[in-house]
Design a protein around this ligand. Structure first.
Ligand code: GLC
Length: 514
């Protein structure tokens, strides 16, 4: 049976940054509802909303204090219901982020755990090592920098136990050996699914389970860990029990989808998350990690196809999200970075499977160099100001007008400042220019949805001399990642990412031919 998400274009809404309806400088749910017609015109099938649950916002919503309510910053449950109704009326599905690895330190369970040493079993508390328990229980590091343990002060004021947080200290890790953690997640899943939510993006889906003995990490340098699965913090066997549990709940809602954020390296390990009784989809980040190089891109696509095929699952594709540098900047920035980003969009949209477009990608937004004083990502503090963090890819969307806040909000005091240069990148401006990135994205998504060539799921790849060729039935997508123009083979041009000159495909350009 072909499922709705098998070739869907998902649009990732970072709610803080999409559109602000109430003038507080932060985007909200009513802003998303107001933008739905824009998304219909773009041709997207579904939304993925980053977390909108109640949160002190230490990690902008990935620190959830109440998983079954909407944070007032974004609106309320009524605003969510309105968004669901308005989206469904337009044929757009809505998926939400779910954060099962940790809660906020403001979650009532954690508040209780700190106050009462006998109520800690829902988190991972341990005594410290060494004299007086002054050293952390093991050498684990936080993904955001620094140790993954924080020592708490006992209710009587003495130095206490340590608790585990793979991310910020305001995000204590849950103990997934505790039945109440399962029960509560089921309540949360049903709460949103019963309201009409169409599925979840599962945060840190390779996390959650921890090895019982909490062994030291052999390697603590996170740069070295990127290409390895030798990391006791993640991808532990019993995580699959959790996914099977989630799936049994989702199966009561036949059209609901679960897509996991799965940062594991090896294909066999990745495919385990996509077994028929676990996740429907897993994010594959190889394209995000590949340089603008035909062989690397070829290898990344091959790899993602192979990983999904191992589990008989649908492949997924993404060029960016709220955690990584925007691709225009990754590919070199400026005119060239934009040309390459557009070319890569054509490659991505030629591939069979589910595609995720991150808000602002369709406008060709670059990353923003923000001044130190406005940085908010916990990574900035936790890394001792050595890593700037992810704020640069989270700057609000420019909609209209010539000066910030470009119609995003009624206040110029937006949660992150918007660069004056974005005047040329607003939606309004791009709609009037047939060659704009926005019109290019619209056209590409429309062709992908409407042309029968894209029904073919078979795919064949080759790369030589800087040119990548993707064949999908009668469709060919050619990407010139080399330094010189190459002759265009015969065929009708459906769409190109930039101008084609004299029967050639210029560097940093891609084309669809039939
Ligand atoms: C995921 C999210 C990221 C968040 C982290 C902790 O990686 O994508 O934004 O900071 O989990 O929840």
């Amino acid at each position: 049976m072909r499922r709705w998400w098998a070739d869907a274009v998902f649009y990732q809404v970072y709610p803080r940054s999409f559109a602000d309806s109430n003038g507080d400088g932060v985007g909200d749910l009513a802003g998303v509802t107001a933008g739905l017609d824009y998304l219909v015109a773009l041709g997207v099938d579904a939304l993925w909303l980053n977390p909108v649950m109640v949160s002190p916002m230490a990690d902008h919503g990935y620190d959830v204090a109440d998983p079954r309510d909407v944070d007032p910053l974004f609106g309320d449950l009524d605003a969510l219901d309105e968004l669901l109704d308005a989206a469904h009326a337009r044929g757009i599905r809505v998926t939400m982020d779910l954060v099962p690895n940790h809660t906020s330190s403001a979650h009532p369970w954690f508040v209780e755990a700190l106050a009462d040493p006998h109520r800690r079993e829902r988190y991972i508390f341990r005594d410290g090592r060494g004299p007086g328990g002054a050293a952390p229980p093991n050498n684990w590091v936080s993904v955001f920098g620094g140790p993954a343990w924080t020592r708490d002060t006992e209710p009587d004021g003495s130095p206490g136990q340590w608790y585990l947080h793979l991310f910020d200290p305001a995000q204590p890790d849950l103990n997934w050996n505790h039945p109440e953690v399962f029960e509560d997640l089921e309540k949360t899943l049903r709460f949103w699914l019963d309201r009409g939510v169409d599925g979840f993006r599962i945060d840190v889906a390779h996390g959650m389970a921890k090895p019982p003995e909490l062994p030291d990490m052999a390697v603590t340098d996170t740069a070295l860990l990127r290409n390895s699965d030798d990391d006791p913090r993640f991808d532990n066997e019993s995580v699959h029990d959790i996914h099977r549990f989630i799936r049994t709940v989702l199966d009561d809602y036949p059209d609901a989808v679960a897509v996991g954020e799965v940062w594991v390296h090896g294909n066999e390990r990745f495919a385990m998350y996509l077994r028929p009784d676990e996740l429907h989809l897993g994010f594959n980040f190889r394209l995000v990690q590949a340089d603008f190089d035909a062989d690397e891109i070829h290898a990344a696509i091959d790899n993602a196809l192979a990983a999904a095929a191992l589990a008989g699952a649908t492949p997924t594709w993404t060029l960016s999200n709220h955690d990584v540098e925007r691709e225009v900047t990754r590919y070199g920035g400026g005119v060239r970075g934009l040309a390459r980003a557009r070319a890569m969009a054509l490659v991505m949209l030629a591939l069979p499977g589910a595609v995720f477009v991150y808000n602002g990608e369709e406008l060709g937004l670059p990353n923003v160099e923000l001044p130190d004083a406005v940085l908010q990502d916990p990574v900035w503090e936790r890394s001792g100001h050595t890593e700037r963090g992810r704020d640069g890819c989270r700057v609000p969307m420019p909609w209209s007008g010539d000066v910030p806040p470009f119609g995003f909000s009624s206040t110029a005091d937006t949660w992150l400042p918007m660069p004056a240069e974005w005047a040329s990148l607003t939606v309004q401006r791009q709609l009037t220019d047939p060659a704009s990135t926005l019109n290019f994205y619209r056209r590409a998504i429309q062709l992908r949805a409407g042309r029968t060539e894209f029904d073919d799921v078979g795919i064949d790849l080759s790369s030589a001399d800087g040119v990548l060729t993707v064949r999908r039935g009668p469709l060919r997508c050619l990407l010139n990642a080399g330094a010189d123009p190459v002759p265009l083979p015969p065929g009708q041009v459906l769409l190109s990412s930039g101008e084609l000159a004299d029967g050639t495909l210029p560097p940093d350009t891609a084309v669809w031919l039939v």
